[in-house]
Ligand binder design. Structure first.
Ligand code: ADP
Ligand code: ASP
Ligand code: MG
Length: 814
């Protein structure tokens, strides 16, 4: 025979009860069947609520009661033919009359004892079992409704009673005389005085397991609303998938640490009788489900699953008086046990200086009192400190029998957490080596679960969550590059790009499921809210997604001002915006330090030389132990274009106009011509080498007279510039005769950074730089004679966007 248990959602609606009947009918074709049902979905919670309201003298309990009655009667009307309805309806009404009387009593005495609450809750399963049995009968399924309270005998710990051994015999005796399908309400039992008890929330699973064990079932089937035990709670991580095989021990660990799909005590009875358990989905019966047996089967993954408990309290007992003293743990845990406090996790420092344990928050104060009473003497004499209590913590456990043989699981777990800036408050490994559990801040739970799940189950693909500000030329080019490359990145590099947030100066849009890369512009325009930088940042931080990257494609100071907040929230930054790195030295170094501390990246390769690998090459040289002696570079594509363009036909002022028209220069070309932009770039390179320089310390030589630079407007400036065309032409002719060219060059040597205009002949690489190219020469100990040369396009939206893209990928490959 088999035992089939159907949970709350499986019997939650007439439609789902019909599915239950189909499943049962099929199963009954080739075996004897015992069925266990829960209360209709959500009913237990509502009964508790009604009881609490009544005890508070709140008449609203009557509304709940009326709604419950209506729901049950509607179900009867849907499932049972008119002919048979009236007697069933009458019986259901009787149930509700009785329940109404009890709640009225609670209302009068203003008190809801655990015993009364158990009685109130029992109506959920009793009414559900009655209606389902009638529906079976109506559908010509031979059924016998059993009274669980007369066979499941318990002690009198109301709210979570312990089952007595006599239960097994009573179940067998009852079954001996039963015929057809026997249907039990789950969750309930009774004391030796026949007072109704419950087995703890989720306890219908346990009822089913007891029946299976007592009757020597060939299988226990738990029918629920998911495709089996999943790798992780599917409500918390959408990418969860069903685990095909688990051992009893693994299932027990998963449920102990919060996988609600099985109630923890369920495993023991079937385990002792070696009865296989199958978890199946009532709404998708074809799905294979999860099979739980004695032996663990290899599913090809390092771990089997991840569980979590959202809210726990962490208690720590510490003090020098604990070192080397035997019996402390025993006294501690006996004191807790005497109060009926369930300890979820224990972690002891190897110095024996402290013991940390996790308990339910509702037990926290009780635990503190019990422990402080037990150690009153030691606390008074300062051998032990007072109990430290921390709330708002969560537990995450990774579970699997493979852990025993496989090294590196802990390493993988902690590097994943570290990379996402998640602090671990306590760690424990069960002595069975079946799980590693960690305690973290509750606020970090979702992020941790997503990241750990990705790391252990989807290591082939890694989600990269992008928040992009600035949709101008660079941002726009980046978005189209991301769009073109997305599929290939997933295929070849296992990186899954998800654009979660997008903003420009007008609008912003944040979508947890991602903004489609092919229609970002429309989406932003039609669905975006009014841009609000602060809110954008707040939302991004609140989402707390793993592997988040903030991409700043603006040149805006206001955006850069948020960097420390962003890094502080363990979000990487990628940006072509030079403001942060060329601003105050302390800001620059604090940001780098913060990124390091949080284990995230702060990447700004495109601050210098657009997409050219100028900064990363420098960092690689330094990391590999080289020393930089000198940097010489042409870092302004704009200036280079101007110096390469002006000729006998094109006067200097005309070349400047052309650079403006082509969008190569800043709208006010003086920003380029003053050399300020170049000064910022060489400052950034100098800082990478370790120089503690400020921008004001870069010796920057302009080459245009003050009159020109201080002109009132851009057009006035261009007019002034025309006055200089003749002088520039004379200089050009002179240089041509000497076979030389003018270049605006930045240098860094012996701690000093300079920029200025110089002439070079054909023996120098700078002579040969064409168009708007950049070139950087690194003279180092290793490249002392011949410098390391990086050369190529140093401006333009496409190449800059490509550089930003490369940095984004670098974040993914952390
Ligand atoms: P039932 O009413 O059928 O007993 P429960 O609500 O008690 O169902 O348990 C099933 C629910 O458990 C699922 O809907 C799911 O949201 C939750 N759950 C939590 N962790 C897991 C997990 N690891 N695998 C499957 N379900 C899980
Ligand atoms: N109805 C009970 C509860 O909600 C028991 C169960 O569903 O297993 O806890
Ligand atoms: Mg359940």
């Amino acid at each position: 025979m088999k035992v089939l248990k159907f949970g709350g959602t499986s019997v939650g609606s007439p439609k789902s009860i019909r599915s239950v009947m189909d499943i049962v009918r099929k199963a009954a074709l080739d075996d004897r069947i015992v069925v266990v049902v829960s209360a209709f979905g959500g009913v237990t919670d509502q009964l508790i609520e009604a009881g609490r309201l009544a005890a508070r003298r709140d008449e609203k309990y009557k509304e709940i009661l009326a709604a419950l009655e209506k729901r049950h009667l509607d179900t009867v009307r849907e499932l049972i033919d008119i002919k048979g309805q009236s007697s069933v309806i009458a019986r259901v009404k009787l149930f509700f009359n009785e329940l109404g009387d009890i709640l009225h009593g609670v209302f009068l005495v203003k008190e809801l004892s655990l015993k009364t609450l158990d009685f109130v809750m029992s109506f959920g399963e009793r009414i559900s079992a009655f209606i389902v049995a009638e529906a079976f009968r109506n559908a010509r399924l031979p059924v016998m409704l059993a009274d669980a309270t007369s066979v499941i005998k318990t002690d009198n710990k109301f709210g979570g009673a312990e089952v007595l051994d006599v239960t097994y015999r009573l179940i067998r005796e009852h079954y001996r005389n039963a015929e057809g399908i026997v249907l039990y309400p789950g969750f309930i039992g009774s004391t030796s005085q026949d007072e109704i008890t419950t087995l703890g929330r989720g306890g219908s699973d346990y009822t089913a397991s007891l029946l299976a064990a007592a009757l020597g079932a060939s299988e226990l089937q738990i029918w629920t609303d998911v495709d089996g035990v999943m790798t992780i709670d599917p409500r918390k991580v959408a990418k969860a998938f069903p685990i095909k095989r688990l051992s009893y021990a693994e299932a027990m660990e998963m449920s102990h640490f919060g996988a609600k799909v099985i109630y923890p005590p369920t495993i023991q009875p079937v385990f002792s009788k070696n009865i296989p358990v199958r978890i199946k989905n009532t709404f998708n019966p074809e799905a294979e489900g999860t099979l739980i047996t004695r032996k663990s089967a290899d599913t090809g993954t390092l771990i089997k699953g991840i569980s979590s408990i959202d809210q726990i309290a962490l208690c720590t007992l510490h003090g020098s008086g604990m070192i080397g003293v035997t019996g402390i743990s025993k006294r501690l845990f006996t004191a807790l046990a005497n109060q009926g406090i369930n300890v979820i996790l224990i972690s002891q420092a190897s110095s024996e200086h402290s013991i940390t344990f996790a308990i339910a928050p509702s037990d926290a104060e009780k635990a503190r009192t019990a422990v402080e009473r037990e150690f009153a003497y030691e606390i008074r004499h300062k051998h032990i400190e007072e109990v430290e209590l921390e709330n708002n913590k969560s537990i995450v456990a990774v579970v699997g029998e493979n852990m025993k043989q496989t090294r590196g699981i802990a390493g993988k777990l902690f590097s994943t957490l570290g990379r996402n800036g998640i602090n671990v408050a306590a760690i424990a490994q069960g002595s069975s080596e079946l799980n590693i559990s960690i305690v973290i801040e509750n606020l970090e739970l979702r992020k941790a679960l997503g990241a750990i799940h990705d790391a252990f189950f989807l290591s082939e693909t890694r989600d990269l969550h992008i928040f992009l500000i600035g949709t101008g030329t660079i941002g726009g080019a980046l978005l189209s590059q991301l769009h073109t490359q997305a599929a290939q990145l997933t295929r070849e590099h296992a990186i899954h790009i998800k654009l979660i947030g997008l903003a420009n100066s007008r609008k912003m849009l944040l979508l947890e499921n991602g903004v489609p890369l092919n229609s970002w512009s429309d989406m932003l325009q039609h669905h975006g809210a009014k841009a609000d930088l602060k809110r954008f940042m707040e939302k991004m931080i609140a989402l707390n997604l793993p592997n988040s990257v903030f991409v700043d494609c603006t040149a805006d100071e206001k955006v850069a001002a948020f960097y420390s907040k962003v890094l502080g929230a363990s979000i990487s930054i990628v940006t072509p915006n030079k403001i942060a790195c060329s601003g105050k030295f302390t800001t620059y170094s604090q940001l780098k330090e913060l990124a390091h501390k949080k284990g995230v990246k702060f990447l700004y390769e495109t601050n210098v030389g657009a997409g050219l690998p100028v900064i990363s090459t420098l960092q690689d040289l330094l990391k590999s132990g080289d020393r930089v002696l000198k940097i010489e570079a042409i870092l302004s594509g704009t200036l280079n274009y101007i110096f390469n363009t002006y000729s006998s036909e094109i006067p200097f002022s005309q070349a400047v106009r052309q650079a403006m028209e082509k969008g190569l220069s800043e709208p006010d070309p003086r920003i380029d011509l003053s050399g300020k932009d170049v000064a910022r770039k060489i400052l950034i390179l100098a800082r990478e080498v370790g120089a503690k320089l400020e921008l004001s310390e870069v010796q920057s030589k302009g080459f245009l007279p003050r009159r020109c630079m201080q002109a009132k407007s851009v057009s006035a400036f261009l007019k002034e510039l025309e006055q200089l065309d003749k002088a520039f032409e004379e200089q050009r002719v002179k240089l041509q005769q000497a076979n030389q060219k003018l270049r605006y060059v930045a240098t860094f040597e012996k701690g000093k950074a300079t920029t200025g205009l110089h002439a070079y002949d054909a023996s120098h690489p700078f002579y040969w730089i064409e168009g708007k190219d950049n070139i950087v020469l690194y003279y180092t100990e290793r490249y002392a004679e011949q410098p390391l040369v990086i050369r190529g396009a140093g401006a333009g939206a496409e190449v800059t966007a490509a550089g930003v893209f490369a940095d984004i990928i670098r974040v993914a490959n952390l």
